[in-house]
Design a protein around this ligand. Structure first.
Ligand SMILES: C[S@@+](CC[C@H](N)C(=O)[O-])C[C@H]1O[C@@H](n2cnc3c(N)ncnc32)[C@H](O)[C@@H]1O
Length: 329
């Protein structure tokens, strides 16, 4: 592995580390080695959550430390992708500007400046209508269902290829490809040439990613339940990192998630054959994250009845109520 220290666990392609990412990732051997940093920091929420949120006022200063670190870790053509939720000003139906301020600051850090390659928006249709006071009680605002996703880079031309994330054509586009189209000048002035009819094997996606975050019965969740571990409260859906990992890296590239939580990023990397490093400072989150990898979670499942146990692969622990095993935390 790239870091000269003991990982919390390893898989075929990756390693997870327990501790403060600012310390662990400052290992000199990692400098300039990383193709993509894909992460979702604890947001500067107004209500304090139990996974390390910091107050909005201190947030930017806190995150800029990571910004400098990310800059050092990245290869010249590497990218950073940050999924960051919005926030409200306490007691008012007014939005905090912290995530925009953070973006601007990240593009101004002396000696460590990033470019904004593109802003993305993750639309989660399953988001609840909060804050209730403004949305469901007074009805002065609509529900906030979009996260900003900042794609940053050191070089204006980072490694990226949208051909790797093409979406299926719409029915009308398929029809056009079948039936043909007469090249013409649109009323808007756009020249729709015959090139428009080339079948590129899919449509170029927009920067609005619609992904419902509705995981309720995944192996991860079932395993956490059975092991008596609390699932991570702020997981992102696998399709979000998957989009960027596909578009911005190739097989064998190195992806780092410094604030990995339940290590969705590592799971996606393993599936897509990218090397990965994940860090989180909460042991329970990393314990649960092991179940994302086949080598740690083996055996059968039986819901509700609790008849079957599964085993942690090292053979030292058995979780669940079946087969006379003990229930451990
Ligand atoms: C929003 S969560 C990430 C969730 C993750 N994307 C997932 O899908 O499971 C942010 C994580 O950052 C971790 N964290 C906060 N400060 C950290 C630090 N200095 N070093 C390492 N991890 C940290 C928290 O423990 C938390 O799990």
């Amino acid at each position: 592995m790239l870091i000269h220290r003991d990982p919390y666990y390893t898989t075929e392609l990756g390693a997870a580390y327990l501790g403060d990412a600012r310390e662990i990732l400052s290992a000199p051997e990692l400098e300039g080695q990383v193709d993509l940093i894909m992460t979702s920091p604890p947001f500067a929420l107004l209500r304090k959550k139990d996974y390390g949120n910091v107050d909005a006022r201190d947030y930017i200063a806190w995150f800029l430390e990571f910004g400098r670190l990310f800059h050092r870790l990245l290869k010249p053509k590497g990218s950073v992708v940050i999924d960051i939720g919005g926030s409200w000003v306490p007691g008012q139906p007014v939005r905090s500007l912290y995530h925009y301020e953070l973006l601007i600051e990240l593009c101004k850090i002396p000696g460590y400046k990033f470019h904004l390659a593109q802003e993305f928006f993750w639309f989660n249709p399953s988001k609840l209508p909060t804050p209730a006071e403004w949305v469901t009680v007074r009805r002065e605002r609509v529900k906030d269902a979009v996260d900003c996703v900042w794609w940053l880079c050191k070089d204006p031309h980072p490694k990226a290829c949208n051909r790797k994330v093409l979406q299926p054509y719409s029915e009308s586009m398929k029809q056009l490809l079948r039936n043909g189209y007469k090249p013409m000048l649109r009323p808007s002035g756009h020249d729709i040439s015959s090139k428009f009819l080339r079948d590129n094997k899919g449509a170029i996606p927009p920067n609005l990613l619609q992904i419902a975050n509705t995981e309720s019965n995944s192996r991860y969740l079932r395993a956490c339940r059975q092991a008596g571990l609390k699932p991570h409260p702020a997981r992102y859906p696998a399709m979000l990192p998957e989009f960027f990992i596909k578009m911005l890296t190739d097989e064998g590239d190195l992806v780092v998630d410094p604030l990995a939580g339940s290590n969705v990023t590592g799971e996606v990397c393993e599936r897509l054959r990218r090397r990965w490093i994940a860090v989180d400072m909460v042991k329970e989150y990393l314990d649960g994250s092991k179940f994302r990898f086949n080598q740690f979670a083996v055996g059968d499942w039986k819901e509700a009845t609790g008849q079957r146990a599964f085993m942690i692969a090292e053979g030292t622990q058995t979780y669940g109520r079946g087969r006379g095993s003990s229930h451990q935390k």
